[in-house]
Design a binder for this molecule. Structure first.
Ligand SMILES: NC(=O)c1ccc[n+]([C@@H]2O[C@H](COP(=O)([O-])OP(=O)(O)OC[C@H]3O[C@@H](n4cnc5c(N)ncnc54)[C@H](OP(=O)(O)O)[C@@H]3O)[C@@H](O)[C@H]2O)c1
Length: 431
């Protein structure tokens, strides 16, 4: 006998919610075939009932209270697309799980901050909690790690996790223009929010990285353990020097298991031009997983937008429709390991440093002395042009060193009276 239709409730009808409604309707037939049952939108909720969303909403029941929708007995599955780490979004997810209903969410802030507790609740109630859309939109990275690469142990996982930053950095490189100008343009084009801080200060990428780390390493979600820096300080000059040194500057999220714990960091990186991820441009996202048997796997695609994100949401719905149930973070919540965060000061890496210095004798000797005193070994140095008595940029790169030593050396260098601005530092990645 055919299974009864799956009655879906959608809380949140914004960019992603409206995309999910369109996808469920346009591809209804193939979804019914692939899920083994019909997927029906039984109920919806948003703030403003009168708003034109470009979708027909006459059929599903309307709930002014999204938490009531999550508790309704005539609903089989709840899709949370409201957003925010707390408030109504969290209460919708908790209510649905507490009623034993499966939940699909695109909410990275919620999963990054409360993922472990929600996974425990889901396990206690025997309900699925799925969040493919929360990490890199249309890229099926959670499923890839959980299924296709399930046999691997991962040493490292990293990626371009924020399309807005990647668009800004790509356009800065292509146009030679400065950050503020490109940000304003991205806002006009709709690639950046009116308040862009979540994106450009690295928080959005950090949310996604915290979730990815847990899936890859079977550890509790530790958003507080992510070292986060944004891209506001990246200048056209840095992009130009990066090109000279054969790097592209990218905002990456990187997670690695070290002897001290999990190192999770989000910051601008010098990526060797030969690395495939250096060529992921514009609003595209990409993730690289390094499995001990599969080796390096790179997935690239659209990390945001109504359609790619809806694709991920509905893929999760299909798994549930077809009865495929997996724990939220691959292993049962009770088996998630509590792994300490490896402090950033212990990070080992190479560094790019840009200084603005007074062009006068002895300056370079003072800089190299500061590096020597902190046991930081210099790899290369570029001094562009000569302008005695004026400010000139000096760029240096180091061999592998410890972050703590690098920061001490930069403090010394920044204190020299010939160094005019705080030193700019960008980490060089071996990818
Ligand atoms: N946009 C993307 O490309 C993207 C990609 C990946 C993941 N996500 C995630 O997907 C989620 C939704 O993002 P979005 O871009 O679709 O956001 P959005 O366009 O701002 O939509 C949010 C929706 O939530 C509704 N809402 C707000 N408060 C509510 C309440 N108290 N009760 C019921 N509904 C309420 C809003 O109603 P009104 O329409 O009536 O105001 C709106 O429909 C977020 O967690 C986001 O991080 C988004």
């Amino acid at each position: 006998m055919a299974k009864p239709p799956l009655r879906i409730a959608i809380a949140g009808l914004g960019t992603v919610g409206a995309g999910v409604v369109r996808l469920l309707r346009r591809n209804a037939e193939l979804l019914a075939q692939r899920g083994g049952r019909e997927l029906v939108i039984a109920a919806v909720s948003a703030r403003d009932r009168g708003r034109d969303r470009g979708i027909e909403l006459a059929g599903p029941r309307w709930f002014a209270d999204a938490a009531a929708l999550a508790a309704d007995p005539a609903i089989d599955i709840v899709v949370e697309l409201i957003g925010g780490a707390d408030g109504i979004a969290r209460s919708v997810v908790e209510t649905a799980l507490a009623h034993g209903k499966p939940v699909v969410t695109a909410n990275k802030a919620l999963m990054a901050r409360h993922g472990t507790a929600l996974a425990r609740l889901a396990d206690a109630k025997g309900a699925t909690l799925a969040f493919e859309a929360a990490v890199a939109g249309g890229i099926p990275i959670v499923k890839t790690l959980r299924e296709g690469l399930a046999a691997n142990s991962f040493a490292r996982i990293y990626g371009i996790l924020n399309g807005t930053c990647n668009y800004i950095l790509t356009t800065m490189r292509e146009s030679g223009r400065d950050f503020a100008e490109i940000l304003a343009e991205a806002q006009r084009l709709g690639y950046a929010e009116a308040d862009p801080s979540f994106d450009i200060d690295g928080i959005d990428a950090a949310h996604k990285l915290a979730i990815l780390s847990s899936v890859a390493f079977g550890s509790e979600v530790d958003f507080a353990g992510v070292h986060v820096e944004g891209i506001r300080h990246i200048s056209a000059l840095d992009i130009e020097f990066a090109g000279e040194l054969d790097y592209h500057i990218k905002l990456l999220g990187l997670a690695r298991l070290t002897e001290r714990g999990i190192e999770q960091r989000v910051h601008a990186c010098m990526v060797p031009r030969a690395a495939p991820i250096a060529h992921v441009e514009g609003v595209f996202n990409a993730i690289v997983a390094e499995g001990d048997f599969a080796g390096r796997v790179l997935l690239e695609g659209r990390g945001a937008g109504a359609e790619p994100t809806a694709s991920a949401v509905v893929a999760d719905l299909l798994d549930i429709a077809a009865g495929r149930r997996t724990p939220a973070f691959v292993v049962p919540a009770a088996a998630l390991r509590k792994i300490p965060a490896s402090p950033m000061l212990h990070h080992q890496g190479a560094y790019y440093v840009r200084l603005m210095v007074f062009d006068r004798p002895g300056v370079i000797a003072d800089i190299t002395a500061a590096l020597r005193d902190e046991l930081v070994s210099l790899e290369s140095m570029i001094q562009r042009g000569r302008a005695p008595g004026e400010a000139v940029p000096v760029v240096l790169t180091t061999h592998i060193t410890e972050e703590a030593a690098m920061r001490r050396a930069l403090d010394r260098i920044g204190a020299l009276d010939t160094v005019l601005e705080p030193p700019r530092m960008i980490r060089i990645e071996d990818l």
